[in-house]
Design a protein around this ligand. Structure first.
Ligand SMILES: [Zn+2]
Length: 271
């Protein structure tokens, strides 16, 4: 599943190709994504891309009359290709631009989304429930500690709640908790401010490192068969259940939390 670093690298990758370009055609081949692609997207013809932003895992293409939201869901990829590139299976949506390039969304499982927020619609309303961006100054020392007060939910589940902080998906939650020495089952409200502040710094580091690594794959966004991969190359715990801890050689354990896999070292991580 594309996580925040993949989406941010996608944003960085596509921006130079479509910023200030004007849409010449909108092609919907299969509008049955997680939600139906609205007819309003056809109004984008002759409109210019003014900016490409990201909020959580939504890419936001700004136009004069509103914002196009793109979400990659479970399996979506976005590429910038020559507009006449032959269509492949699962290529559901194209935005074609004056420079004869197209932004093409491919999504085999169709949990992705293409949504339109008109200028007068309340964007903040749509995204209001989302917590702060992990790499922003809003996510700083003291924030998690205050947010977790009296919460008995496990810290892993707490971190993956988009209303607490966005973009800390399963891989990054596992890795950050290992690096912070915190067992994933620890009650969120029981952690000290100091440990929360360390965890905050580590989450920022883990995500920033993933984005940096992803930068090396930017060329994939302009290749017809490009499949941007995942960027966390040096995983300490995620996907390593039953293998030895890379720090202390204890066998890593795995449990399920909220239907997701949590892998941890019972020696390196404490409540
Ligand atoms: Zn260990």
């Amino acid at each position: 599943m594309p996580e925040l670093p993949e989406v941010e690298v996608c944003r960085l990758g596509i921006t130079p190709h479509i910023i200030n370009q004007t849409v010449t055609a909108v092609i919907v081949r299969n509008g049955k994504l997680r939600w139906p692609i609205p007819d309003a997207v056809n109004l984008l013809v002759e409109q210019q891309v003014l900016a490409i932003n990201r909020r959580s895992k939504y890419l936001m293409l700004r136009f004069d009359t509103g914002t196009l939201l793109l979400h990659l869901g479970m399996s979506g990829t976005i590429r910038i290709i020559d507009a006449d590139t032959p269509v492949a299976k699962h290529d559901h949506f194209d935005l074609v631009f004056t420079n004869k390039k197209a932004l093409r969304l491919n999504d085999p499982r169709r949990f992705g989304a293409v949504l339109w927020l008109a200028e007068h619609q309340d964007e903040q309303g749509f995204l209001a429930k989302l917590g702060p961006e992990p790499l922003s100054d809003d996510f700083s020392h003291g924030y998690l500690f205050a947010k977790a007060k009296k919460r008995t939910v496990p810290i892993k589940t707490f971190l993956m709640n988009n209303q607490v902080v966005v973009g800390v998906g399963n891989i990054y939650a596992n890795e950050a908790l290992f690096k912070a020495g915190i067992l994933p089952t620890t009650k969120a409200g029981s952690l000290s401010k100091k440990r929360f502040d360390q965890l905050t710094d580590i989450i920022k580091q883990v995500l920033a490192a993933a984005i940096e690594q992803g930068g090396t794959t930017l060329k994939d966004f302009t290749q017809p068969d490009g499949r941007p991969g995942y960027f966390v190359q040096e995983l300490m715990v995620y996907g390593r259940a039953g293998q030895k801890c890379l720090v202390c050689t204890t066998e890593l354990e795995e449990i399920r939390q909220g239907g997701r896999s949590s892998v941890f070292c019972s020696q390196c991580q404490k409540t």
